[in-house]
Structures are given as C-alpha cells and as structure tokens.
Design a protein around this ligand. Sequence first.
Ligand SMILES: Cc1cc2nc3c(=O)[nH]c(=O)nc-3n(C[C@H](O)[C@H](O)[C@H](O)COP(=O)(O)OP(=O)(O)OC[C@H]3O[C@@H](n4cnc5c(N)ncnc54)[C@H](O)[C@@H]3O)c2cc1C
Length: 411
Amino acid sequence: MQTNNTPQNIAIIGAGASALFVSIILAKKGFHVTLFEKNPKAGKKLLATGNGKCNITNKNLSLNYFFSSNPSFIKYSIENFGYKEFLTLCEEIGLNLVTNENGKTYPASLQASSVVDVLYNEALFLGAKFSFDSKVENIDFKEKAHIISGDKTYKFDKVILATGSIAMEKLGGCSSGYELAEKFGHNIIKPSPSLVQLTSNDKEIHTLSGVKSEANVTLLVDNKPQKTLFGDLLFTNYGVSGNTILDLSREANMAILNFQKVDIVVDIFPTLDKNKLLALLEKKKKILSGKDKNSLLLSLINGKLIPFIYKKAKIDSKKYFIDNLDKKDLQALTYTLKSIKIPIDGSKGFDSAEVVAGGVNVDEVDNKTMESKKQKGLYFCGEVLDVDGACGGYNLHWAWASAFSLASNMK
Ligand SMILES: Cc1cc2nc3c(=O)[nH]c(=O)nc-3n(C[C@H](O)[C@H](O)[C@H](O)COP(=O)(O)OP(=O)(O)OC[C@H]3O[C@@H](n4cnc5c(N)ncnc54)[C@H](O)[C@@H]3O)c2cc1C
C-alpha cells in the first residue's frame, strides 16, 4: 500500500501484456494508473500469441530459458514470481489455466482473447484509465513527469515504459520505447530478431518446401557446433522453420550480426546411430534387390527428400538400380541422412520474429524495482528490456514477472 494519503498517479506507456499486468497490481495497491496505448485496443500482440491460444507461461520455468546480456538481472524476478505465484494471481482474477504434458500453459478456453478480456476487465474494475489511439511521443521529467501525446501534456508522479519490442510492427511492435529510454541516457543493446524463421541461399533447400521432419538440428557457428535441439523442422521456399529453428534463431542471428559463418546440420534419423542406419540400408538393399534405387529410402523418409538425399550424397545419377549401389554409396547415404548441412544467411527479420534479443541495457535498471538508474521515477517492464525467452510461454512469463517485481516494490 502507499504510505501517504494522496494516491500517486502512474502513467503506463503501452497496454500490452506487461502493462495490463502491472496496472492491475498497482491499482490493487491503491495507485492511480493511466495506460496510454497507440493502438485502438489493448493487447493486440497478446491476441496473436500461441497461434491465438496464448501460451501464457510454462510449468518448467527455469533461468535457463531466459536470455540477456546480463543474465543475473533476471534471477530476482523469476525466482520471486514463478509458475505457482502466477497461477495464484490468475485464480484471484478469475483467469483459469490448463497445463499440458510439456509444461506449456494456456487459458482453459484456449483463446488468447479471453486473457486480454480478463486482464483488461480487471484493470478497468480496479479503476485503471485507458487512453487509446494515444502514442506517447515524449516524456519530460521536471517536478513531475510530463507525458506528451499528440498536442496534449499530462502530469504524473511516475512513468512506466511497457512499450515492448520492435518485433512484428503489424501487432504494435515499434522502437518507440528504445527512443524514449535513450533520451534519459539509456543504452540500447542492439536488437536482433529471435524466435524467427531462418533463410538459406541454397536453392536446393527451397525445392523441399513443405517437407516436415522430426530431427536433431545442430547450429554451427564458424563450423563449430553450438547447440543441438530435437523437434520439428520445416523446409520452406526461403529456408527453414519449425520449433527447433525458432529456438536456434537467437544465436544464429547474433552470429550473423557478428559476420560469422552460420550453418545448421540436420539429422533426420536421430533414433538410429550411423552404424545401425547403415545396417538397416544394407539389409533393405538385399531385400529389395532388382528394384530401383529410390525404393531403398521410400517409407524411411519423406518422398520429396529422396532425390535431394541422392544428390547431396553425390551418388552417380547413372546408378538406377539398388544393386548398383556399393558399400561406399550406402555409407555416403548414411552420412547424408545423419548430417544435411544447410548454409544460413539470415532470417525473416523483425516483421516475422516473435521476440527481439536486445533492448534497454539492464545494467542501467534496478533488478528489483525496475527503476531506471539514469532517471528517478522512470520504470521498465516486459520486452523493452534486454531480456527474452525461449519458445514455450517464457516471454510472456517475463512480461508478468518483471511487472510483478516493479509493482510489488513500488512505494
Ligand atoms: C506472433 C507472436 C506469438 C507469440 N506467442 C507467444 C506465446 O505463445 N508465448 C509467449 O510467452 N510469448 C509469445 N510471444 C511474445 C510475447 O507476445 C511478448 O513477449 C509480450 O507480448 C511482450 O509484452 P510487453 O508488454 O513487453 O509488450 P507488448 O505486449 O508488445 O505491448 C507493448 C504495447 O505498447 C504499445 N506502445 C509501444 N510504444 C508506444 C508508445 N510510444 N505510446 C503508446 N503505446 C505504445 C504497443 O502498441 C503495444 O501494445 C509472441 C509474439 C508474437 C509476435
């Protein structure tokens, strides 16, 4: 609760995930909150989350799923406001959730719109005021904070920048928060797209568009393996997509920004090691003697991949029958099936990225109160900060947890 009798007036810039959440906790504590949102409605990006179902958090929360140039900044918020604390708060505001076997948690309705409705209605119920179609262009701190939107100036005691990142402009993503923060001397860690599809200039990859596989995907930077993930991989007419790619995209894009060479290596047979796969091909070769060579891989892999694998394995195209394949050919096929190397030259960019790596330098922000160390009375929460998460509800959890730290420590 506030210590003096006159409630403090708090301006929140944005009416997205973290803004709605911080407004509810502050209003409960007796603060007067006003949200300025440039869009005509609250939570436009939130509506698009989790393919419209909103993967709101994850039961398997751990610091390993969050990233920043200074990871120690994240610790307090996530340890203080984890999965259980979030569930308790959701129950208090009537937001029912379901958690699947992977820990991914959604509203029970499986509708992102119900998350926006519950949060927005709760904020209104607690007295929060909303100013839509109101882009905040400037903030000035004199005795009080002056918020400048259009031709109007409003005075507040404190200001929270909950402006999100530049990911997906069509959903409200913009650089406005970074620019407002820079005016107070904040440094911006260069944003790069994350949780985004990767592009490849290998034209043969484009011909595989539509092929889906469950694979081990390894990210190579300057030919050195960085990380291997198992999961969905989708070949597209520009490169690669799927959960594995989205989760590798952060490191891939950062390496590309540093002018490093980036490749991915795909093992489309993760369940069999090289020896077992070779033995399987040798056995199948004997059984299918007399048939054409494509029948060797038919039913083992997606049919569209077969000519591609023969070409990549450099099998002589004149070898038509399975019996023409010698031991070396089978070894080359095995090697190719276990390690398709795809050069990566970029990503689909900020317009396709779910989140951004980078943002306001967290060394310049208090990790408990979320107050700027550069400007008293200025606060941050959500993705505008240099914090992002893996796929699976972690980015929204950062929005909730950072908002909770801010609001619970505000005096
Ligand atoms: C397609 C998609 C799917 C996603 N799915 C998931 C998911 O399932 N799970 C998950 O955890 N994360 C998901 N994310 C990420 C998640 O949506 C974001 O991390 C989260 O919304 C960030 O919350 P925020 O409050 O920081 O910013 P936002 O929710 O983006 O809100 C910021 C708001 O500020 C407003 N604004 C900005 N500047 C100004 C200004 N100057 N004046 C007034 N208003 C301003 C913007 O219009 C916006 O409404 C997804 C993202 C996308 C794009």
